[in-house]
Design a protein around this ligand. Structure first.
Ligand SMILES: NC(=O)c1ccc[n+]([C@@H]2O[C@H](COP(=O)([O-])OP(=O)(O)OC[C@H]3O[C@@H](n4cnc5c(N)ncnc54)[C@H](OP(=O)(O)O)[C@@H]3O)[C@@H](O)[C@H]2O)c1
Length: 248
């Protein structure tokens, strides 16, 4: 038996980066995976093709989570596909913007909170009826919520909000048998991470990490797959640092 055999999973932001690696990891563990994308339908399709080629079950679902109704639309589509039960919800889609306090505009601030906080909040609200005993919700937080790294204060505040939601949702949903956790990656080599793209950024990254290599999306995906699995059945309300020992 694979750890997620027979389970249904939604991974938001699964067209690229950490979400893509997570969708592949959950499919490998046996789950039927809904591969959410925002704008990159072709990328999402390549993920579902890869899963199906390996004998798994997957479907791409699109929704712009910057839209106030985006989470509601996505939840409606998910309920059509999976029916009455969603076992694993990975609320991973996110955006970042490096800017000093002075450079940050109200529009940037609102855009960050819309995608990174409002969307996962309402996605969970809309999916509550199909999160049942044994379901697991995993958010993607960030090292930036706990440590001052880069010019990321507005982005970091969105991840601080996620860590707060983890605790509240875990307490409220615990009596239903639903676990809620987050992973907090450090620097990961994806489209989002500017630090991983330059020699200076890599030096800075390795300088703050105990483990001396730049993280790959799969390093985060395996921690998410752990939190989704029954091996983490007694873990709830926690943000798990998955950052190679950053800023110790
Ligand atoms: N990379 C890092 O160093 C790092 C570190 C700590 C935390 N994180 C967090 O990890 C998560 C994933 O990051 P990543 O590095 O994998 O990012 P990424 O490679 O830039 O991928 C972002 C994903 O989010 C989706 N997305 C973005 N805006 C969206 C919107 N308006 N509507 C719907 N989907 C949207 C994208 O979908 P489309 O391309 O289809 O639009 C894409 O699949 C984020 O929450 C991020 O904050 C990343």
């Amino acid at each position: 038996m694979t750890p997620c055999n027979g389970k249904t999973a939604l991974v938001t932001g699964a067209s690229r980066g950490i979400g893509r690696a997570t969708a592949l990891a959950l499919a490998k563990a046996g789950a039927q995976v809904l591969v959410h994308y925002g704008h990159n339908a072709a990328e999402a399709r390549s993920v579902t093709d890869q899963i199906k080629a390996a004998g798994g079950r997957a479907e791409a679902v699109g929704a712009d989570l910057a839209d106030p109704q985006g989470a509601h639309n996505l939840a409606a589509r998910v309920r059509e596909v999976v029916g009455g039960r969603l076992d694993i919800l990975v609320a991973n889609a996110g955006i970042s913007k490096a800017a000093t306090i002075e450079e940050t505009t109200p529009e940037d601030f609102d855009a960050l909170f819309a995608v990174n906080v409002r969307a996962p909040f309402f996605l969970i609200q809309q999916l509550l009826p199909i999160l049942k005993e044994g379901s697991s919700v995993i958010f993607t937080s960030s090292l930036a919520a706990h440590a001052a790294v880069g010019n990321l204060s507005a982005y970091a505040a969105t991840k601080g909000a996620i860590d707060t939601l983890v605790k509240h949702f875990a307490f409220i949903l615990g009596p239903k048998g639903v676990r809620v956790n987050a992973v907090a990656p450090g620097v990961v080599e994806t489209d989002m991470s500017n630090l991983a793209k330059t020699d200076a950024g890599r030096d800075l990254t390795l300088g703050m990490q105990a483990l001396k290599r730049v993280a790959q999306p799969d390093d985060i995906a395996s921690a998410i797959a752990f939190l989704a699995s029954d091996a983490a059945r007694w873990v709830s309300g926690d943000t798990l640092r998955v950052d190679g020992g950053s800023k110790l």
